[in-house]
Design a protein around this ligand. Structure first.
Ligand SMILES: CSC[C@H]1O[C@H](OP(=O)(O)O)[C@H](O)[C@@H]1O
Ligand SMILES: Nc1ncnc2[nH]cnc12
Length: 290
């Protein structure tokens, strides 16, 4: 058994969490650049927690400029084992309404202007993201939401777009009708891919703020409406996070789905061909297998 350390990545509208014992904002150095902000650490119900606001306090980073690699590396350096991403999203489904939560289990990655891997020339690795979220951690998020009486959808496909502009109506209809996506946001990719490379369990709690631009009765997505819905959602998200230590416990068995062993057979580059500079940057993310 190992200690559980819960990492929360807070999205739009979620810039802090309350109630941590021994709470302190900590600077974490990463060789992958500066994380989005300092990380709030402490314990909740005897479980270590680390909270990182994805866009930084004051919402400084756009979805494109969020330092995704530095964020995941910094959480890994703090000993985080389980990452819960909290995000705002638009809905492509009538029955997935603003105010509802979706615990996402699949992604379509349409982002194109971001660094998507810790690996590359000098240390090549290929991990599977066929099942990009952790079923054990996702189940805990669903249970927490249900305990709180939040309307939660267990599973859904999240289309990750580059942004920062919202989609055109033609795109919105295509993602919904032809591609079968359920929700849309701008940040869960490459975050989920990087969490898998770092052998972290990852779950995504997507909080619906709008119907994007496909819905005949709702018109185009509007940031003012989004912010109004976000405020209510953020409070629900903080309550959900507070339930997680009780559900996950202070000690954890190895992940039954193998998230914490994702790199086991993934490295392709022969040991004598590996680039020492890249290997030193990979010490936290891939140290277990290097
Ligand atoms: C405020 S609407 C658009 C913005 O909100 C979402 O951010 P996050 O995923 O961090 O909650 C969405 O992906 C966009 O970045
Ligand atoms: N409709 C939408 N598209 C992309 N990101 C979003 N975040 C919240 N609503 C969104």
């Amino acid at each position: 058994m190992a200690d559980t350390v819960i990492g929360i990545i807070g999205g739009s509208g979620v810039y802090e969490i309350a109630g941590l014992e021994g709470a302190a904002w900590q600077t974490v150095d990463s060789l992958w650049g500066d994380p989005s902000d300092e990380i709030l650490t402490g314990t909740l119900d005897g479980v270590r927690m680390a909270f990182l606001p994805r866009h930084g306090r004051g919402h400084v980073h756009s979805p494109t400029t969020v330092p995704y690699r530095a964020n995941i590396d910094a959480l890994k350096r703090l000993g985080v084992t389980d990452v819960i991403s909290v995000s705002a999203c638009g809905s492509f489904r009538e029955e997935m309404a603003p105010g509802d939560f979706v615990v996402v289990d699949q992604f379509v990655d349409r982002t194109f202007a971001r660094e998507k891997s810790f690996f590359g020339t000098g240390c090549v690795a290929h991990v599977s993201v066929a099942h990009p979220t952790c079923p054990r951690l996702s189940a805990a998020c669903v249970a927490a939401a249900k305990d709180l009486g939040i309307t939660v959808h267990d599973g859904g496909t999240y289309l990750a777009m580059e942004g920062p502009q919202f989609s055109s109506m033609a795109e919105s209809k295509m993602y919904r009708e032809a591609w079968g996506c359920d929700v849309i946001g701008m940040t869960n990719m490459p975050e989920a891919k990087l969490a898998r490379e770092a052998e972290l369990c990852y779950a995504s709690v997507a909080m619906i703020t709008d119907y994007d631009s496909w819905h005949p009765d709702h018109g185009a997505v509007d940031i003012t409406d989004i912010i109004a819905t976000l405020t209510g959602n953020a409070e629900k998200a903080r309550n959900l996070v507070a339930k997680l230590p009780g559900l996950l416990g202070a000690e954890r068995e190895p992940c039954p789905h193998g998230c914490d062993r994702a790199l086991e057979f993934a490295l392709m580059t022969a040991p004598d061909k590996r680039d020492p500079a890249l290997l030193s940057k990979l010490d936290a993310v891939a140290g277990r297998v290097l």
